[in-house]
Design a protein around this ligand. Sequence first.
Ligand SMILES: NC(=O)c1ccc[n+]([C@@H]2O[C@H](COP(=O)([O-])OP(=O)(O)OC[C@H]3O[C@@H](n4cnc5c(N)ncnc54)[C@H](OP(=O)(O)O)[C@@H]3O)[C@@H](O)[C@H]2O)c1
Length: 262
Amino acid sequence: MDLGLTGRTFVVTGASNGVGLAIAAMLLADGANVGVCARDAGRLRAAVGGLPATAGARALCLGCDVLDGGAVARFVGDVAAEFGGIDGVVNNAGQSLMRPLFETTELEWTEQVQLKLFSVLNTVRAALPWLRRSPVASVVNVNAILARQPEARLAATGAARAALLNLSATMATELAPDGVRVNSVCLGLIDTGQWHRRYEAAGAGQPYEQWTAELARDRGIALGRIGSAEEVAFPIVGLLSPRSSYVTGASLDIGGGVSRYV
Ligand SMILES: NC(=O)c1ccc[n+]([C@@H]2O[C@H](COP(=O)([O-])OP(=O)(O)OC[C@H]3O[C@@H](n4cnc5c(N)ncnc54)[C@H](OP(=O)(O)O)[C@@H]3O)[C@@H](O)[C@H]2O)c1
């Protein structure tokens, strides 16, 4: 099925690894141009630069911290100048903070709120003039099941995630008259750099595969395993596609059945 993405241009933040990298790969393979960023530009170019592309699609890789509004405006402007417009944004850059509630400092709370809210506000604000001109404009905010299902030692990240879910719904309502769809995906446990870092920090003394299998069992993931970045990328690219033209303000869980709410 043609997803209608060929020749379109998408901004993907945090694309040097994990979910963002898998999204960039899928878009390029589908013939879409991507403007991608991460703070470490060298790692980003090494990861995205060699990805195969079809139909003449290209990637523009730029170093940018999504918390820096000025840098984001320059990054997004450069992407639009390079490709002649922007048709969609995936707000993916981010990470979580594991810390007991009353050991979380005020600065860490502020950083989590900034990372979850201002990374999205900065990027969408910068892209909006081009999104308003696109006939297929779409934003996907990468969120976490944690937004609805809180967990111990993730208070600041969870509260900021819940706020992002709320913000995304408002954004969908406010941007609908401009023809810009806005949706959220809420991830469970996905096999990316985040979990490799936690595995190393845990010093578990067992192979990574065994450690993640136990993690999946302990968390009660219905499918019995953690997910892959590629399994997350497909539904996100599907939401970007104009074939999802009547989907806005929605939130899709991608967690292998880890969520416990209905
Ligand atoms: N993996 C999971 O289980 C899981 C679960 C729930 C939600 N999520 C969310 O899904 C998204 C992707 O996660 P992932 O697991 O793929 O993470 P990852 O493998 O750690 O990759 C994160 C990416 O974001 C970039 N990044 C981080 N902070 C940034 C900043 N301030 N400005 C620009 N780029 C930044 C990183 O590159 P640099 O370090 O070079 O900047 C990297 O490219 C994140 O928002 C994460 O919180 C993941």
